[in-house]
Design a protein around this ligand. Structure first.
Ligand SMILES: Cc1ncc(COP(=O)(O)O)c(C=O)c1O
Length: 407
């Protein structure tokens, strides 16, 4: 079937990848709203349980709707890549109830009491919180370093043998920093660390971390992969099929962060247009960034596609395009941020990102309201910072909305 392997084109995989004909010959894989699956005999049940025969058992362990989304995303992340023997890279994906559930499985399925994670500042808030507030109670601690200072990262790893995992989010939320996957992954591998990359902002269309030998990719599928804001979800993708099928599958099933057929159906439907949507997100974001960079009310534009961004060259090296996310600072500070958000009309004031329509947030008055100002400023989240997930509307309409709010 077209798209069943990673030798088809990327767009073809978006449409057909992972699709299996079902018994009633439905064009699209239906929503398998069934919590359990039947067996013809005790012998067959035993064979399925032992993995000798393919078959579904129980909804928390998966269903055909979930399998299609998982296989499609695994094919997209592996697109065009080869394994060490020169064969098409095979990956395995496990769909979760949320990005945080996928990240939890990656952490708890790989780390034990006494292990440490090395990571960077400016992570998605939920990831930062689980690392800072939940994992230490289970004996898993963390070190935050500057991932642009490779000597510093190496010194930190060398100094602490309990570091077992490197977690990288690139581009990172909300200041759009970019971290060098090639150099960081090579360094991590030198010290046998497990490497996890959060690829939510880029999607496999713009960036493929497995090109750099990383072990796992996670996504909040809630964002660009679903693309329509219709379901919360997450995916964990791994290159060690054996480990994914055993240890990580066990952790996923027992932690209970499973997805469901309805959300998986919505995700698969969204994935069918991923590349088309991303092209438009990227083209629009570029124009919005140019507009903002020339505006007198704006002091800084954080967009990886602007040559003024400190990580412009790095982003160009590892991403096909700078993407659809940007943030910018209004000179007028907090009050200007609040006024701006309240004046925007077409663009929607909401958290989240990656939906077809443009979403804007003012972190200082919403997502980071509870973070002390000095700490927030240290993370680059200034009083007048606005984050924008540029949608696929007609660019003239997005610019007109910005123009009236700026006025
Ligand atoms: C980069 C990144 N990773 C992970 C998550 C968590 O995903 P979810 O909200 O689907 O649990 C988010 C959510 O915004 C995110 O932006």
């Amino acid at each position: 079937m077209a798209g069943k392997n990673n030798s088809s084109g990327f767009d073809t995989i978006c449409l057909h990848g992972g699709h299996a004909q079902e018994s009633n010959r439905a064009h699209l894989t239906p929503i398998y709203a069934s919590s359990t699956y039947t067996f013809d005999s005790a012998e067959q049940a035993a064979a399925i349980f032992k993995g000798e025969e393919q078959g579904y058992i129980y909804g928390r362990w998966g269903n055909p709707t979930i399998t299609e989304a998982e296989e499609k995303i695994a094919l997209l992340e592996a697109f065009g890549l080869k394994d060490a023997s020169g064969n098409p890279l095979r990956l395995k994906a496990i769909l979760h109830a949320s990005g945080m559930a996928a990240i939890s499985t990656a952490f708890l399925g790989n780390l034990k009491n006494g292990d440490k994670i090395i990571t960077h500042q400016s992570l998605y808030g939920g990831t930062h919180e689980i690392i800072e507030k939940i994992l230490p109670d289970y004996g898993i601690n963390y070190i935050i370093t500057d991932f642009h200072d490779m000597e510093g990262v190496e010194a930190a790893i060398k100094a602490d043998l309990s570091i077992k995992m490197m977690h990288i989010e690139t581009p990172a939320n909300p200041t759009l920093q970019c971290f060098g996957l090639k150099a960081l992954s090579a360094l991590a591998k030198k010290y046998s660390l497990i490497v996890v990359v959060d690829n939510t902002f880029a999607t496999p269309y713009l960036q493929q971390p497995f090109r750099y030998d990383v072990d796992y990719v996670v996504h909040s599928t809630t964002k660009y992969l679903n693309g329509h804001g219709t379901a919360v979800g997450g995916i964990l993708v791994g290159r060690d099929i054996e480990r994914m099928s055993k240890g990580l599958t066990k952790a996923h099933r027992l932690l209970g962060g499973n997805s469901n057929a309805f959300d998986a159906f919505l995700l698969t439907n969204g994935l069918r247009t991923l590349s088309l949507r991303m092209d438009r997100h990227c083209a629009n974001a570029e124009k919005v960034a140019d507009y903002l960079a020339a505006h007198t009310a704006v002091s800084v534009v954080n967009y990886l596609g602007l040559a003024t961004h400190p990580h412009y060259a790095l982003a160009k090296e590892q991403m096909k395009h700078a993407g659809g996310m940007l943030s910018f600072e209004l000179k007028g500070g907090f009050d200007a941020g609040v006024k701006f958000i309240n004046t925007m009309s077409l663009c929607t004031n909401a958290v989240s990102l990656g939906t077809c329509d443009t979403l804007i947030t003012h972190p200082a008055s919403t997502t980071h309201l509870g973070v002390p100002r000095e700490q927030r400023l240290k993370f680059g989240i200034s009083d007048g910072l606005i984050r924008m997930s540029v949608g696929i509307e007609n660019i003239e309409d997005i610019l007109a909305d910005l123009e009236q709010a700026m006025a």
